[in-house]
Design a protein around this ligand. Sequence first.
Ligand code: FES
Length: 158
Amino acid sequence: VPSKEPVAVGDVLVFATGPKANQEITLDDLRAAQREPIPFIIAFPKSPQNVVKKDLITNTIMVILADPARMSPETRQHASPEGVLAYSAVCKHLGCTVSQWQNGIWRCPCHGGEYDIYNQAKVVGGPVPKPVPQLPVKVEGGRVVVAGEFTDKPGADV
Ligand code: FES
């Protein structure tokens, strides 16, 4: 089933939910998100054949425009020069979507797992065993394009 294929290099990120569901996420969308209480967007990958791969849990991705100057070198190397960063949004604890933002920290609503987006999603709170993997991305024609494999296996660590 094409919609269950894992994310691959060359896929484009699209909105997972909301009024723009299935639409390509642009740099302008990410700039607009920066002014919202939730400054990131939850995304799915869309294949070059225009299939939104929304039926595989580990394809749930968070994407954010962040300040490259605050990123660790390892984090920055998988971000775009503009500062677009992406991570697996599937919590390493029990697999909830990491969907909250509190005092500059990316947070899981289920048991309060917290990740540092500037430092390879280092765990900074909660019962989470390890960081979520980063997804290398680049910006092409204003769209967010997957530029590499996840840095580690996505999904709950069970
Ligand atoms: Fe995320 Fe438990 S599933 S903290």
